[in-house]
Design a protein around this ligand. Structure first.
Ligand SMILES: NC(=O)c1ccc[n+]([C@@H]2O[C@H](COP(=O)([O-])OP(=O)(O)OC[C@H]3O[C@@H](n4cnc5c(N)ncnc54)[C@H](O)[C@@H]3O)[C@@H](O)[C@H]2O)c1
Ligand SMILES: [Zn+2]
Ligand SMILES: [Zn+2]
Length: 416
């Protein structure tokens, strides 16, 4: 048995481990948690440590010439202030104090990533290249930094993507979702479209070990849908979801799961309208072809719906929401209009007694517990929203699908 001299970051290990009889005391590679290396019968073996030191023996990755042995990984990087993204080799980051290093198993493409990719106006004002893109993911913890106590190597984690300060007046009063100093993964700091990613311990959300990493990676946008719908009463109420992008599609399933009396959905893209029906909408509307207002009034005895969950960001839809909501009802706005919106408030909101609320991110961490509970209940099936699964190398194909709108969630796999 000899220790590998190639690993850039060997680490001391506390627990000596029984291995084929003899006790091994030494260092291990923190990245894929490989014990290295052992020579036996002229062959070099690595001993893979998983799930808290359960042992599996395998061929030495040094001999296999694997990337991580060089401290390198592949990542999709926004290199310059221009449209596009690039698959490049970068150094594997290290978990600093209070941070964890995760081997990314699945990462999903969000509308935000697409905005950064096409380099829209918002991205131009916000992103400071170079940055590794991506924020929605699931992966295995392979290294924990100094002082980390709640997360251990081997945990399968996803993450709350808003890194909040914990100290501002809003964080201190339980409103971290509107923290005054929020940094976003893959936007303000390096993200997860890579083989490995570093996140703060406080942002990690531990998943069950047997969960599909693809599904676990979309809990963050699912949280947007849950936060929007549960930001007021919903049981026994009629709901209209305007905009069936991935979040709207998941909202359809959530509204059903939490006991809405009827779920209506609208979009202008037939692919997504068909998906909305698959997610369980009682009635879908193609806003490009039919009068949604007329249809909604017909479905609700001329009263309008109790709740409009606005998830298109379309200015005309936001305006129309006030005609489609029942007096005394609620309009929850998640979709982001690109420009200021002019509204008539006296008749449409004040005399109608309508409640309008803005929804950002997820409540920390109330929404995450609601997401966990809903998925565990077996009543919420969001699987049909995942329409494409690609290797990380095919990220451009994913971005093109996002351009067309002919997709639900697109999942990238960096380590397959
Ligand atoms: N507030 C937040 O924290 C937050 C977080 C994530 C996303 N968002 C925003 O929420 C919205 C939904 O996110 P997504 O990822 O599902 O976005 P998306 O862009 O994929 O979905 C928007 C959908 O609205 C549809 N649409 C466009 N015009 C329409 C119309 N006239 N009638 C009906 N549908 C129409 C589009 O075809 C598309 O399917 C976006 O505006 C996004 O920017 C907000
Ligand atoms: Zn996102
Ligand atoms: Zn704060």
């Amino acid at each position: 048995m000899s220790l590998c001299m190639i690993c850039p970051r060997p680490k001391a290990i506390d627990n000596p481990v029984e291995l084929f009889g003899p006790t091994v005391i030494g260092g291990y590679h923190p990245i894929p948690t490989y014990f290295c290396c052992m020579e036996e019968n002229g062959l070099t073996y690595s001993i893979i440590l998983m799930e808290g030191y359960k042992l599996i023996a395998g061929r030495c990755p040094v001999l296999e010439g694997e990337n991580y042995m060089k401290g390198q990984m592949k990542a999709v990087v926004k290199e310059t202030a221009a449209p596009g993204g690039k698959l490049v080799q970068v150094g594997i980051p290290t978990a600093g104090p209070g941070e964890i290093l995760v081997k990314v198993q699945a990462a999903s493409i969000c509308g935000t990533d697409h905005h950064i990719y096409i380099w829209n106006e918002w991205a131009r004002g916000r992103i400071k290249p170079p940055k590794i893109m991506g924020h929605e993911f699931c992966g295995e913890v392979v290294e924990v930094g100094e002082g980390v106590t709640s997360i251990k190597v081997g945990d399968l984690v996803s993450a709350e993507t808003h890194i909040v300060c914990g100290r501002c007046p809003l964080c201190l009063t339980g409103k971290g979702h509107v923290c005054m100093n929020t940094h976003i993964l893959g936007v303000d700091v390096d993200g997860v479209f890579a083989e490995y990613a570093v996140i703060p311990e406080g942002n990690a959300w531990v998943n069950d070990k047997d969960v599909d990493p693809g599904l676990a990676s979309i809990q963050e946008p699912l949280g947007n849908a849950v936060h929007t719908l549960l930001s007021g009463e919903i049981i026994g109420k009629t709901v209209l979801i305007t905009g069936c992008g991935p979040i709207g599609l998941m909202a359809v399933a959530v509204a059903r799961a939490v006991g809405a009396s009827a779920v209506f959905a609208s979009d202008i893209n037939q692919y997504r309208i068909d998906l909305a029906a698959k997610m369980g909408a009682d009635r879908v509307f193609n806003a490009a072809k039919e009068d949604v207002l007329k249809g909604i009034l017909k479905e609700t005895d001329g009263h309008g719906v109790d709740i409009v969950a606005e998830m298109s960001g379309s200015i005309s839809v936001i305006k129309q929401s006030f005609d489609m909501v029942k007096p005394g009802g609620r309009i929850s706005l998640l979709g982001l209009p690109a420009k200021p919106v002019e509204l008539e408030l006296s008749e449409n909101l004040i005399f109608k007694g309508v409640t309008v609320n803005g929804v950002t991110g997820r409540l920390l961490y109330d929404t995450w517990f609601q997401v966990k509970g809903l998925l565990a209940s077996g009543r919420l099936n969001i699987e049909p929203v995942i329409t494409h699964r690609f290797a990380l190398e095919e990220y451009q194909k994913g971005m093109e699908l996002m351009d067309s709108g002919n997709c639900g969630k697109v999942i990238l796999y960096p380590n397959r």
